[in-house]
Write a protein that binds this ligand. Structure first.
Ligand code: COA
Length: 259
């Protein structure tokens, strides 16, 4: 299986497709070409009998730092026809098990995509963050719907409103992760899980995944759409412009002039 972009690598072994994000100089920030490449790989893998499970992973210091802020400042869309939405939808609807292997930073969609994987493993030094409010944005990828259900309202509010970084143990405690492993062992553990899944009866696995997700499926997509509409508008806001410019200029954002 071939990726359409150099920063997204794909390889299949033992019926497991490994999608690896490789843009270390930008902490694996995802640009439009990378989203498109991952969407195509997932759509192809969905119907490829040679793939029974998928691993999504990053490089050593980064799972992903989320959306490329330069792309967003440049006006890249996140509406329904955008590569971001295509990727979200492809993962959301993916019928086979997906295992996430997280090392380093998992920011923005780096955290929210874990809500759409079936198993998530992280190394003990991984760092998570959903900094949407800090950026003048709003939650995405159904996180405002799923997080309160996964961890309760209080914790979801804390993580989404304050937007602080949190560590792997906290992520496991609030049910975002299945397991925290020693540094350097994440991918090996994810491969163990994925190969175990790939050796099982494929139809039984797909049906079980479908049944497990059916409770959130319809509402989840509604939320993905609603949040994406707000997110798209927020990208045009002065609040986002200030936050993203501040990040590029390596200074704290100043929201004091906004009503
Ligand atoms: N978009 C664009 N560029 C990014 C980026 C992103 N999401 N995340 C990191 N980068 C760039 C940095 O600007 C920096 O570029 P430089 O070398 O030209 O200065 C480079 O990648 C390395 O990042 P740096 O900030 O030096 O690494 P760090 O280890 O100190 O911090 C993060 C890592 C992920 C915590 C920090 O980069 C960060 O907060 N990034 C923004 C995350 C974000 O807001 N994502 C969008 C969510 S919607």
């Amino acid at each position: 299986m071939q990726s359409s972009c150099a920063e997204i690598q794909a390889q299949v072994s033992d019926r497991v497709l490994e999608i690896s994000i490789q843009r270390p100089e930008r902490k694996n920030a995802l640009n439009m070409a990378m989203y498109s490449a991952m969407a195509v790989l997932l759509r192809d893998a969905a119907t490829d009998p040679g793939v029974r499970a998928v691993i999504v992973t990053g490089c050593d210091g980064a799972f992903t730092s989320g959306n490329d802020l330069t792309d967003f400042l440049g006006g890249s869309a996140s509406g329904e026809d955008s590569p971001v939405f295509q990727f979200m939808r492809a993962l959301y609807e993916f019928p086979k098990p997906v295992v996430a292997a997280v090392s380093g930073v998992a920011v923005g969609i780096g955290t929210t995509l874990l809500l759409h994987c079936d198993l998530a493993i992280a190394d003990e030094h991984a760092v998570f963050q959903m900094p949407f409010v800090n950026l003048g944005l709003c939650p995405e990828y159904a996180s405002s719907y799923l997080l309160p259900r996964i961890m309760g309202h209080a914790k979801a509010s804390e993580l989404l409103l304050l937007g602080r970084k949190f560590d792997a143990q906290t992520a496991a405690n609030v049910n975002i992760l299945n397991e925290v492993v020693y540094s350097g062992e994440t991918l090996a553990r994810a491969r163990e899980y994925a190969r175990e899944l790939a050796a099982k009866a494929p139809e039984a696995v797909r049906l079980t995944k479908k049944l497990l997700r059916q409770g959130i499926h319809a509402r989840g997509l509604e939320f993905i759409r609603e949040e994406a509409g707000h997110f798209q508008q927020r990208l045009q806001s002065e609040e986002f412009r200030e936050a993203a410019t501040a990040f590029m200029e390596k200074r704290p954002a100043d929201f004091s002039k906004f009503d």
